[in-house]
Design a protein around this ligand. Structure first.
Ligand SMILES: Cc1cc2nc3c(=O)[nH]c(=O)nc-3n(C[C@H](O)[C@H](O)[C@H](O)COP(=O)(O)OP(=O)(O)OC[C@H]3O[C@@H](n4cnc5c(N)ncnc54)[C@H](O)[C@@H]3O)c2cc1C
Length: 389
């Protein structure tokens, strides 16, 4: 899309030639982790410039640090509403991936209706005292910090009584119970807070601003290329599946051939929708209705690709580690390290089994399929609100 001789491309190529194996810190300090941010963290990159950066890093085989909550959620909120001291303390280690972050939002009784959360933070002198529990906290056991929503004013209307905190995960009074999901991996936790004392400097913004900050963070979206895999941007694509199928000799069964064509067509439609959203962004327009339905379709497409991979393996699909023969490129592999290791089942790649067991989560995390449809019904189709208030 951007010409090969674009000077911004040349600048990044020069940098990559001088830094062929950059560390997370080098990438962050050069502004390539969040190019759309202002200096000193980024280059104020517009959508086209962001695409150039993504393309050039990908071509050079350079990956950004893996710290999705830290880079995608915590850091933008701290940049927007944090104090100078918070910016200085947290931003560089988050952007460089040196300090991993988790997201302490969902509770046992507050998921889709997040504003009903009950975890409380009570001010006591120079500290806040936390009590309650969070659940489904991905990576809490590997995180240095969490972004946490807590109720600081139980008498205020529910969305106004919530505040936003930075929570150091090794603070006394925090305990965790691992939750092993059906991929077999320990990726989630339930986190318990018993009289946990956070310094007043852990509050981000003003008391009662938590809901506004959480929403603003969610809207802080980077341009994402259509080349991402079907598991929320990582993992293999439908084209990787077709490549694996071809390597294994094609599909003989007529029903499976039809299903393969249907899932491939679905993948193409999604790619075209992403291009449409992207062109709108490049010409300065706000995302239209197609952006709202994109998440619904993309999440379901992930499930369809993985279910097809299992069906293509036939009866052997019931075995762990099974899927089409042929391997998936390294950059498309997702999941915990032990799942990434190549399996011994005649060249079959366990990435398909991991993806199949993970894929039901796609239509739950980040807003369930039903909640996404409510959003489309209300904000795109203008239908009456689902739950008033
Ligand atoms: C892979 C994964 C990673 C996650 N990581 C994190 C994390 O790091 N941090 C974090 O805080 N949370 C995390 N979550 C939790 C996630 O945000 C919640 O699971 C999600 O918001 C749904 O909440 P819930 O599980 O309480 O389900 P509920 O809200 O209880 O929903 C139960 C069922 O009711 C339906 N439903 C609910 N409300 C409506 C409605 N208004 N209309 C129609 N149907 C409705 C839902 O669709 C669902 O089928 C993660 C979840 C997954 C799957």
């Amino acid at each position: 899309m951007a010409p090969d001789d674009d000077p911004r491309r040349a600048a990044l190529r020069d940098w990559l030639a001088a830094n062929p194996n950059p560390s997370g810190r080098q990438l962050a300090e050069a502004g390539w982790v969040v190019p759309h941010w202002p200096a000193p963290y980024g280059h104020d990159a517009d959508a086209l410039h962001q695409l150039i950066v993504d393309e050039e890093l990908q071509k050079a085989g350079v990956s950004r640090p893996v710290n999705p909550i830290g880079i995608g959620w915590a850091a933008p909120t701290i940049l927007m509403a944090g104090s100078d001291a918070q910016k200085q303390r947290y931003l560089w280690p988050a952007l460089s991936g040196e300090e991993v972050w988790c997201q302490l939002f969902s509770e046992p009784d507050a998921g889709s209706d997040l504003a009903s959360l009950r975890c409380s933070a009570v001010r006591d002198g120079d500290e806040w005292v936390l009590n309650g529990s969070k659940i489904w906290t991905s990576g809490a056991h590997r995180s240095a910090f969490g972004i946490l929503l807590a109720r600081t004013d139980p008498d205020a209307p529910k969305r106004r009584g919530i505040s936003y905190f930075v929570c150091p995960m090794r603070t006394p009074g925090i305990t965790m119970a691992p939750i092993v999901d059906m991929t077999g991996a320990h990726s989630f936790n339930q986190v318990f807070f018993t009289d946990v004392r956070l310094g007043a400097d852990c509050l981000v913004g003003e008391p009662g601003e938590g809901w506004r900050l959480a929403k603003a963070t969610l809207a802080n979206e980077r341009v994402s290329l259509s080349s991402g895999g079907v598991l929320w941007g990582s993992g293999p694509t439908v084209d990787d599946l077709l490549e694996a199928v071809r390597a294994g000799g094609g599909v003989a069964d007529p029903v499976l051939r039809q299903e393969t064509a249907r899932v491939w067509a679905e993948g193409r439609i999604l790619t075209l929708m992403r291009y449409r959203t992207l062109s709108a962004r490049l010409s300065g327009a706000a995302p239209g209705p197609e952006a709202s339905v994109q998440k619904i379709l993309a999440d379901e497409h992930g499930g369809h690709v993985m279910a097809l991979a299992k069906s293509l393996a036939g009866a052997a699909g019931m075995l762990q580690g099974s899927g089409p023969t042929g391997t998936v490129p390294e950059r498309r592999r997702a999941g915990p390290t032990e799942m990434k290791a190549r399996g011994g089942l005649g060249g079959v790649d366990p990435v398909w089994h991991y993806g199949w067991t993970f894929s039901p989560a796609l239509t739950i995390g980040g807003g369930t399929w039903a909640v996404q449809r409510n959003i489309v019904a209300e904000w795109v189709l203008g239908l009456p609100r689902d739950v008033p208030g």
